[in-house]
Design a binder for this molecule. Structure first.
Ligand SMILES: [Zn+2]
Ligand SMILES: [Zn+2]
Length: 335
């Protein structure tokens, strides 16, 4: 194999997949995001004792600011995260806790927001107000350091933290802009001066993500990714089987599953899904490219020939696809 192969593969893979993703600004426009039932569901849950009013306030913040639905879910006992509790620090390890919360995550939720009264930390930091996982789409917010006088100040702080952490769960990164709630506010003083909303660019990006996630099966795809990054391949396979069983044959969704399994080096599943896609739609050039790349990566006997076959099919369908043509040339000269 030429030394450049993995890089080129990654590039090609990213390129082929990019075609499956909605273009910026397109998906929200003209879609039904304003219809309440077509908004992704955020489930707010208490971790340990938290007044119901705080949970309702979190839902109100989300409903006011984001194109989402919101429900209050079942409270979790703090014991659910006991192994993430650091006895020496008397704090909850937020990252470890999120990992545990993933295990019994509300299955209908696109994002789950957990609110807790205990103090939380991240390694190398004395404390954090909140933390979120993009892969798991779980956010955790602690009231421990913001709830010293209750009332209006608490309400405002919590509103900002909820928007910030759920923003992360919906794909937003930190945004170093004084007018955006995705800026970093590590102290209560800076939190008090933080804005109460997203900047326009972040709001547009979030709305785009929300409209993509609400499509059937996309929450399941997130769940499968969560299992795959943890090495729980059987659980991920079960999720995929449920989707296929439910007859959800949206090709973008299936290619999303194929990508997730490919990235976890579970090539057999990625290949099965993509074979299904090209069987349903033989003119799906991108799926042929994906399939070719999967065969190439799996590299069992006969796989390189199959890789060449599918890359050639893609080129027949789209003769001007230079990146694929170059990749095919490299593959042919190496084989
Ligand atoms: Zn943050
Ligand atoms: Zn922003």
């Amino acid at each position: 194999m030429p030394r450049t192969w993995p890089t080129l593969l990654a590039l090609l893979w990213g390129f082929a997949l990019a075609l499956a993703l909605p273009r910026e600004g397109q998906s929200a426009r003209g879609s039904a995001v304003d219809a309440t039932e077509s908004r992704p569901l955020v489930v707010v849950r208490a971790l340990g004792p938290v007044p119901q009013e705080r949970l309702r306030a979190a839902c109100r913040s989300l409903l006011r600011a984001y194109p989402v639905r919101c429900e209050i879910g079942e409270t979790r006992d703090l014991l659910a995260s006991w192994s993430a509790w650091n006895v020496d620090r008397s704090q909850l390890d937020a990252r470890a806790a999120i990992d545990l919360l993933f295990q019994d995550r509300a299955s209908d939720a696109v994002v789950e927001l957990n609110v807790t009264g205990v103090d939380i930390y991240e390694v190398d930091k004395p404390y954090v107000f909140g933390l979120a996982s993009l892969t798991d789409r779980i956010a955790l917010v602690s009231l421990s350091r913001i709830d010293n006088d209750g009332g209006d100040r608490l309400r405002r702080r919590m509103h900002k933290l909820v928007l910030h952490e759920v923003g992360h769960s919906l794909g937003l990164h930190h945004h170093d802009d004084p007018h955006c709630v995705m800026r970093q506010d590590p102290t209560t003083e800076s939190l008090d001066s933080a804005p109460e909303r997203l900047c326009e660019a972040c709001h547009a990006a979030l709305s785009d993500t929300a409209s993509r996630l609400v499509k059937p099966g996309h929450a399941a795809l997130d769940r499968a990714r969560g299992h795959l990054v943890r090495g729980a391949y059987d659980d991920a396979r079960l999720v995929l089987a449920e989707i296929l069983h439910a007859g959800r044959f949206d090709h973008d969704l299936l290619r999303g599953f194929a990508t997730a399994f490919f990235e976890a080096r579970q090539y057999n599943e990625a290949i099965s899904v993509l074979r299904f896609v090209v069987k349903q739609d033989a003119s799906a050039a991108e799926a042929h490219v994906d399939l070719g790349l999967c065969y190439q990566a799996r590299a069992r006997d006969g796989d390189i020939d199959l890789a060449i076959e599918h890359l050639e099919l893609a080129l027949e369908l789209r003769p001007d696809w230079a990146l694929v043509a170059d990749h095919l040339d490299a593959l042919l000269s190496a084989s």
